[in-house]
Design a protein around this ligand. Structure first.
Ligand SMILES: [Zn+2]
Length: 115
């Protein structure tokens, strides 16, 4: 006798329509919501030059168009330092060799109006 897996319900539309979508996500077949099932570490850089702080404009939701520190999510098998160097190169074409740790803090990331 084979067990049928329980349906996975979408947190947005409440339909039993979540299906595996890549290594760490599920996608809803009804409303296309993508649920990322992971703890996502992120890094940000405070870049000061000539007494000014470098900010970037967010290209994607949430908060698209608002100012932010350059940075992004840490990938699998990547240290925070490697992630920050990669993000700064991707976003700003800025190679970084010298950085200092400032602090860490928990963060709730609003994604498609769901925390
Ligand atoms: Zn849905």
């Amino acid at each position: 006798m084979q067990n049928t897996p329980s349906p996975l319900f979408c947190v947005k539309c409440a339909q039993p329509s979540l299906v595996q979508h890549g290594e760490k996500a599920y996608r809803c077949n009804e409303c296309d919501f993508v649920y990322f099932h992971n703890v996502a570490a992120a890094v940000g850089a405070l870049i000061v030059c000539n007494g000014q702080i470098l900010l970037v404009e967010r290209a994607q939701q949430p908060a698209k168009g608002k100012l932010d520190l350059p940075g992004g999510f840490v990938d699998y098998n990547e240290s925070n330092e490697q992630a920050l160097k990669r993000e700064l190169l991707e976003e700003l074409q800025l190679p970084v060799n010298d950085m200092r740790y400032l602090f860490s803090c928990p963060n709730r990331y609003l994604y498609k109006d769901i925390l």
